[in-house]
Every structure is written in structure tokens, then in C-alpha cells.
Design a protein around this ligand. Structure first.
Ligand SMILES: [Zn+2]
Length: 228
């Protein structure tokens, strides 16, 4: 599929199947999974807002995701457009023929939490991880996520072009730098933040909301100084 090609809209039956699966998995959120999420700064309220769940009783095509966290990619009204599955068992995922993150084959790359685009004023935040985006939303920063540099497509550039500023919270590693650089090269309003402690979630767990807001303030000041 060419990068320029727009996303095929989902059929009504696809949308219904996704909604049915998401509702079921939400209801199957186990204590283990809830504990895992709390360990990443995601409480009950966020889990409910983002409709996180667990695949206990898999829907057709989801058998190999049994036991995994279900992370729905919701549209602006909270209805799922796709579901990503995160294995939360500490093992070598490839020995079990899956990755840490898994998607149904041939699904196009989507943007996580597109609703934030409609709720945000003139600034938006972009992360690599879904959980990082959830943490930023929790502290009042409207955020979307795209899983890595390869996920950033021309249609995403168009989607973000209307904001006066798009803050990029790339992970402090080579892949994160590539992500930040790719977005900044194609989007004039994009600006990378300098995370030091770890990714957004790590920073939040160590320093709380204050640590993240301080980083943003620091970059805001730097951006202003650059202009004068
Ligand atoms: Zn696994």
C-alpha cells in the first residue's frame, strides 16, 4: 500500500465486531493486568476512559492474543478502529511466536487516541507509546501516539499540520531520536523534548506530573529564546 493512500473506512460489520470485542475485553480486565497498569501510572479511571482490557475469551482471529492486554485505538467518540495487543508476561516473546506488541495482520498503522486532536486547542503532544500518551492525557496534556518513526506517514503530517505546536516526546534512545527527527523534518511546528530519566512513563513514575511539566516548561522557554 502506498504511503499516500488514504485509509480505507471500516465497514459497519467490522466496526460492530471491534466494538463487541472491546466491550468484552474491557469486562475481562484482570487484577494482574490492573496491577500492571498501575505500575505504569495508569489507574482505574484511565483504564476505563481508554477502554483497556484483557483477552480472556478471544474473539475470532484473536486466539493468539489470549491473556494479552487489549489496547483499543478509539475514534473521537470512543468507538474502536482497531485493537493492539500487549503481552505483559516477562518472557522471550519470540519463543511464543508473538511480539511484545501485536496487531492483526495487514491492518494499517493508525494513530492512537485521535480524539485528542479534536479536544486540543492549538498545541498537541505526540508520543511513541500508547501508555505514554495515556499518562500525558492524565496530567492534562492532549496526546496521541504513533508507534515509532516508520508509523509516521504523510496522512499523519496532514493530521497534525493545523496545530501551532506539536511537542514530540520521543524515547531517549536511538529509535526515539529517529522518531523525533523524522517528525520534526516534515512538520515545521514540531519540537522534540529532551527526556532524560527514561520515556514519559519512567519520568512520570520517578518525578510525577511535576517532572513532565517542568520538561515542557524548559522546552517552551528554549523555543521562545530561539525566536528572539
Ligand atoms: Zn509474550
Amino acid at each position: 500500500m502506498s504511503e499516500q493512500e488514504p485509509l480505507q473506512p471500516l465497514s459497519t460489520s467490522q466496526r460492530e465486531a471491534l466494538e463487541e470485542a472491546t466491550t468484552a475485553y474491557e469486562g475481562q480486565l484482570t487484577e494482574d493486568a490492573a496491577r500492571y497498569l498501575i505500575g505504569r501510572g495508569i489507574g482505574q479511571a484511565e483504564a476505563a476512559t481508554f477502554r483497556l482490557g484483557v483477552v480472556i475469551d478471544p474473539f475470532p482471529g484473536h486466539t493468539k492474543y489470549r491473556g494479552m492486554l487489549a489496547i483499543p485505538y478509539l475514534d473521537r467518540s470512543g468507538k474502536p478502529l482497531s485493537i493492539r495487543f500487549r503481552c505483559i508476561v516477562k518472557h522471550e516473546h519470540r519463543h511464543f511466536s508473538h511480539g511484545k506488541y501485536n496487531t492483526v495482520r495487514n491492518e494499517p498503522v493508525r494513530c492512537f487516541n485521535v480524539g485528542a486532536i479534536f479536544r486540543a486547542d492549538d498545541e498537541l503532544h505526540l508520543t511513541e507509546g500508547e501508555f505514554d500518551a495515556i499518562v500525558l492525557n492524565k496530567i492534562g496534556l492532549p496526546a496521541v501516539a504513533l508507534p515509532g518513526a516508520n508509523a509516521f506517514k504523510p496522512r499523519h503530517r496532514r493530521m497534525l499540520a493545523g496545530f501551532s505546536r506539536v511537542w514530540i516526546w520521543g524515547d531517549p534512545d536511538d529509535a526515539g531520536a529517529e522518531f523525533t527527527n523524522k517528525v520534526c523534518r516534515s512538520l515545521r511546528q514540531a519540537k522534540g523534548l529532551r527526556l532524560r530519566t527514561g520515556d514519559v512513563t519512567d519520568t512520570y513514575l520517578v518525578g510525577g506530573e511535576e517532572a513532565l511539566l517542568a520538561l515542557l516548561e524548559e522546552e517552551r522557554r528554549r523555543a521562545t529564546n530561539d525566536r528572539v
